[in-house]
Design a protein around this ligand. Structure first.
Ligand code: ATP
Ligand code: MG
Length: 414
């Protein structure tokens, strides 16, 4: 029985990046041999075992044969005569198909080291096209490694394009699309994930609402880059620069979907794109089974981003209404996340990355001030039900009047 380190650990070590998890492949072994050596079985679809001490994953070498569409249509063979070369051959990318023996020797039959040096993401073999998840994985690796200069090889992109044309992207299950998207949003160049999907045609299949934004113009005085799809990509970059969490990055992705349905005659204006966007956000989220936390923040950002941009001009009662609609008193963290998403929107524009966005601090403070207003026993005396609510409302509004006046005074002094 021979054991080799494979996949991400070998790749990341060669790139000089920190290694997080170690996966091993076992050649010439059987499930029984691993079980009697104390390994714990964990694989649901394939025989994978956890090492008794290190808890690293050990998988029996395997060979795959495609029998039907999608990624369930596989027959997998993991008999002990399968060679290391065969196991590496069914892997997605050459840079992920390098094995390392216990003595440090690298086994690299598909040129993974050369592709690491050339900064190329290239498929191992034509068998790549047997699993549509690989389209998502390549796009995600492109998003992760773009800062190092990696790009998808033209032949791999061509293969991905063929797969999409053959209907493979439509066979992806929503859970897997979301899982890969969520991970991609957390990478350092999330926009590259969507660009690669667009380049192979998969974006139109799995994110038609996002795909539709490309080619839609916006007024150049607000958006120097004009194209709405491009704007969303810049906005994602801004979210990374502001260290926004994945929930915010998703809200960033989804907030302008309504611009994809503006009648052409109205271009480059997008009247009511906020309310037109909501059903599109809902459709995308229910199709991909996006978690409620991500969905709710995206809906809120879609509905409110224009109001937030105008925060300093809004009447105090409108600010109060905004706070109420966002449930900001009970959900202050989510409200803050929405303000951050709006900041990414405002600054995710060519040349405007560092422009000030006082709206965020202004509304944060407005929420604090309004939340701090409570009625004393004396003020409540003789009031009931609706009257109490109205009295509270009036005092909060007064606090926000003062807040607005003070902010105007500060900006006049500047
Ligand atoms: P990460 O740093 O994200 O863990 P990784 O390369 O280790 O990257 P894993 O998802 O942990 O990726 O998978 C481990 C290895 O298994 C990959 O390097 C690749 O060789 C192989 N692999 C995983 N999924 C697929 C797939 N769908 N098709 C082909 N090979 C795959
Ligand atoms: Mg891994």
């Amino acid at each position: 029985m021979q054991v080799y380190l494979v996949g991400g650990a070998v790749r990341d070590a060669l790139l000089g990046r920190p290694v997080r998890e170690r996966d091993y492949v076992v050649v010439g072994g059987t499930a029984d041999a691993l079980l009697s050596a104390g390994y714990t079985p964990v694989g649901r679809d394939f025989p994978v075992f956890l090492h008794p001490e290190s808890k690293s994953e050990y998988a029996l070498a395997r060979r795959e044969r495609k029998t039907g569409p999608g990624y369930h249509g596989f027959v997998t063979d993991f008999s002990p005569d399968i060679t290391l070369g065969e196991d590496l051959q069914r892997r997605d990318l050459t840079i992920n198909a390098i094995a390392q023996a216990g003595d440090g020797t690298l086994i690299d039959p598909y040129g993974g080291q050369a592709d690491l040096a050339a900064r190329v993401l290239r498929h191992v073999s034509p068998a790549f096209s047997e699993d549509p998840v690989r389209i998502l994985r390549v796009a995600r690796f492109a998003a992760r490694f773009a800062p190092l200069g990696f790009t998808v090889h033209e032949s791999t992109l061509a293969l991905m394009r063929q797969m999409v044309q053959a209907g493979e992207a439509a066979a992806l299950v929503p859970e897997r699309v979301w899982q890969e998207t969520e991970r991609a949003l957390g990478e350092s160049r999330p926009e590259v994930f969507f660009e690669v999907l667009r380049a192979c045609g998969a974006l139109a299949v799995i994110f038609p609402e996002v795909d539709r934004l490309f080619g839609v113009p916006q007024p150049p005085q607000w958006h120097p880059e004009i194209d709405t799809g491009l704007h969303v990509m810049l906005y994602l970059q801004r979210a990374v620069a502001l260290v926004a969490p994945v929930t915010v990055r998703f809200a960033v992705l989804a907030h302008d979907l309504g611009k994809g349905t503006t009648p052409q005659a109205e271009w480059p204006k997008h009247v009511m794109h906020e309310s037109r966007g909501l059903p599109l956000v809902d459709a995308l989220c229910s199709r991909l089974k996006v978690p409620a936390a991500h969905r709710d923040l995206a809906r809120m950002t879609c509905a409110q981003h224009t109001n937030v941009h105008r925060a300093l001009q809004l009447r105090p009662e409108t600010v109060l209404k905004l706070l109420g609609e966002c449930d900001a008193f009970r959900r202050p963290e989510r409200f803050s996340e929405m303000l951050l998403a709006c900041q990414c929107d405002a600054q995710g524009r060519t040349g405007l990355e560092e422009s000030p966005y006082p709206q965020r601090a202004y509304l944060e403070r407005a929420r604090e001030l309004a939340a701090a207003v409570v009625l004393t026993e004396e003020q409540r005396a003789g009031l009931e039900g609706q009257a109490i609510a109205r009295a509270l409302q009036a005092r909060r509004q007064a606090a926000l009047e003062e807040h607005k006046r003070a902010a105007a005074e500060r900006s006049a002094l500047r």
